[in-house]
Ligand binder design. Structure first.
Ligand SMILES: [Zn+2]
Length: 157
């Protein structure tokens, strides 16, 4: 499946990727213009886009902290981990400090994982080793693309 990169207005900040179909609908709704086209290919009145640029700048402060880094908020940690519990793999709705705060664990991407309420409660203020609950995957610092999969693009107006 061909994915089209969506740039913020100004063409410097990559927001995410959308399907070609979604990209064409954004062109018809005039919320985006073609940033880079596939040479010689057209879809109706538009060149087939390789990337789009939004017409109006979208403020992503809900994603970015003032420092310009992605904020490791509960929704963002859940998105990064695909809403899967890092301990049992079931649906997660909470975030867990791998090294608990009571033991000096920071609130950073590398120390936060998605967890179901049951595992979060069972682990309490212990490390995975102390609790005998190994992580099924390692925490990592995500990019915007990790957080916003093309299936669920935000709606632009
Ligand atoms: Zn769990």
């Amino acid at each position: 499946m061909t994915l089209v990169i969506v740039f913020n207005a100004g063409g410097e900040q990559v927001l995410h990727r959308v399907t070609l179909q979604h990209a064409i609908s954004m062109l018809y709704r005039q919320v985006a213009r073609v940033h880079e086209a596939v040479p010689g290919q057209h879809f109706g009145p538009f060149p087939v886009p390789r990337s789009l640029e939004l017409v109006r700048y979208v403020y992503t402060r809900w994603v970015y902290e003032s420092t310009g880094h992605l904020a490791c908020t509960l929704p963002n940690v859940l998105r990064r981990d695909g809403f899967r519990c890092a301990y049992c793999g079931r649906r997660a709705a909470t975030r867990d400090h791998v090294v608990p705060r009571s033991q000096g664990g920071p609130s950073t991407w590398l120390n936060l994982v998605a967890a179901c309420a049951s595992c979060n409660g069972r682990k309490r203020d212990r490390t995975p080793d102390q609790a005998g609950m190994p992580l099924r995957f390692a925490a990592f610092v995500p990019t915007l693309t990790d957080l916003f999969r093309p299936e669920k693009p935000p709606r632009y107006t």
